[in-house]
Design a protein around this ligand. Structure first.
Ligand code: AMP
Length: 457
């Protein structure tokens, strides 16, 4: 069904065409008519599903034209990057209207944000802390609000912002439309939804557990002391356009970036300890292709939409299984194909077991051909026994001694392993075995490093 049939005005249908959207995504099909009809909405959907346009298009349609006065729409976002990204989507989708969007978030000066507010914005996209500052200063009033969007509420809960969300929500007029998006809706979030919404329509796009079909994802068992070496080898042998490497911690991200730089592979870093300027620069550089490697923590990278990310490498196994789905979802966005690799030590087997249960599939184990595995082969990652997660049990890493060999043991050619859930479509983006350069889709191993600056995004 084309966008026009969803009841959107011409200005938005044209904008969707300019953006190359041919068909509405499932969440757009369900949410757009509901929001146009003035209903409150709970959307359980994660980023990558077309969620932003699912709320931005009908909101822009409802607003019609710019009106001087206080903002009529407030969108709350958990991170600065998401706020900036969502503001950009509103501007792009509203390009054939005269509606104005302003973004306010911490980490930068107040001056230009204050000026944008004073110039008049129909739509305000904000993170909670800076918004509360402006509300306290009485620089903003929410008295004219018609639509409130609470986006990525599960992430706001994780980040400890939920009380701020409640405080802001209680300052909004009760007669309003509220749209609420969260990848998962556990009881704590359900409570916020009850507080904020009236008789909502529920739209569930069950992707939280599902790995996008266009993503090939694999697991590389390795001993802890060889993890970085394997990361380097994978990077060198993978023909990627752009890659995001996920670290569990900010310090870990810095350490990886430092070591990559020392190995001649400079990378941008994105995490909460960096200044806003550094974060903006890192992301802009990555989006433009100036950096082709971005090392990030989950929090900073959650929801970030960078088209054309060809590979995701998970350096530390996430503790929360849904973070696995989010991380690998940074590639393969909007139907593009992508590859994701996770480096796993035996100590991390428990977390892998949780992930495999969560997604309902075994992740294929691979060995990198020619890699000098200590003991001659990759270690065994045993996820078969229902053990308690060692990390959670003791609050510290605990070595497990599994027998057998993981993956194909590096016995020539591409690594062999069992089939995971999305393995049937494409293998070309995998690191290729050193002895089989013909398997390389674009040239000889490592050539992409030198070609990287020409990558298009
Ligand atoms: P989101 O879930 O909002 O983060 O969107 C993920 C990506 O999908 C963004 O790059 C959007 O521009 C893109 N997108 C959104 N809607 C569509 C659509 N109907 N067709 C194709 N791409 C879309």
């Amino acid at each position: 069904m084309p966008f026009k049939q969803l009841g959107l005005p011409d200005a938005l249908v044209r904008a969707s065409q300019v953006m190359g959207y041919t068909q509405p995504t499932p969440i757009q099909l369900r949410a757009i008519p509901a929001v146009l009809g003035g209903r409150d909405l709970i959307g359980s959907a994660q980023t990558g599903t077309g969620k932003t346009a699912a709320f931005a298009m009908p909101i822009l349609a409802r607003l019609g034209a710019h009106r001087p006065g206080p903002p009529r729409v407030l969108v709350l976002e958990p991170t600065r990057e998401l706020a900036a990204q969502v503001a950009a989507s509103f501007r792009e989708l509203g390009r054939f209207t005269n509606l104005r969007a302003a973004v306010i978030h911490g980490g930068v000066g107040y001056g230009s944000q204050r000026a944008a507010l004073r110039a008049g914005a129909d739509i305000l996209i904000a993170t909670t802390g800076r918004l509360l500052d402006f509300l306290q200063e009485k620089e903003i009033t929410l008295s004219g609000l018609e639509v409130l969007v609470l986006d990525e509420v599960d992430r706001m809960l994780d980040m400890g912002f939920i009380n701020d969300v409640r405080r802001i929500t209680s300052q909004c007029p009760p007669q309003r439309q509220t749209l609420f998006f969260s990848a998962t809706v556990p009881p704590e979030i359900e409570a916020v939804a009850r507080f904020a919404l009236r008789n909502p329509e529920r739209v569930e796009i069950d992707r939280a557990r599902a790995v996008t079909e266009t993503i090939t994802h694999n697991l590389y068992p390795v001993l802890h002391e060889q993890k970085f070496e394997l990361l380097l080898a994978l990077l060198n042998r993978t023909d990627f356009k752009s890659v995001i490497i996920f670290s569990r911690t900010k310090h870990g991200a810095d350490r990886i970036a430092r070591k990559l730089k020392a190995a001649g592979h400079p990378a941008a870093t994105l995490h909460a300890n960096r200044s806003q300027n550094q974060r903006t620069e890192a992301l802009a550089g990555f989006k433009s292709g100036r950096h082709d490697v971005l090392v990030a923590t989950d929090i900073a990278a959650r929801g970030i939409d960078v088209s054309g990310v060809s590979h995701v490498i998970i350096f530390d196994v996430p503790e929360k299984p849904d973070d696995y789905v989010h991380r690998i979802g940074r590639t393969g966005r909007a139907e593009a194909e992508g590859d994701a690799f996770m480096l796993v030590t035996p100590e991390e087997s428990g977390d892998v077991r949780d992930i495999e249960r969560f997604i309902g599939a075994r992740i294929e184990r691979l060995a990198l051909d020619g890699f000098p595995y200590k003991n001659g082969a990759p270690p065994h990652i045993d996820t078969s026994r229902p053990l308690q997660n060692p990390r959670r049990k003791n609050g510290m890493h605990q070595q497990q001694h599994g027998g057998g060999q993981g993956g194909g043991g590096g016995q020539g050619g591409l690594a062999k392993g069992t089939r995971g859930q999305n393995q049937s479509r494409r293998q070309s983006g995998r690191p290729h075995g050193g002895g089989h350069p013909t398997h390389h889709p674009k040239g000889k191993p490592g050539a992409h490093w030198r070609r990287a600056s020409t990558s298009t995004r």
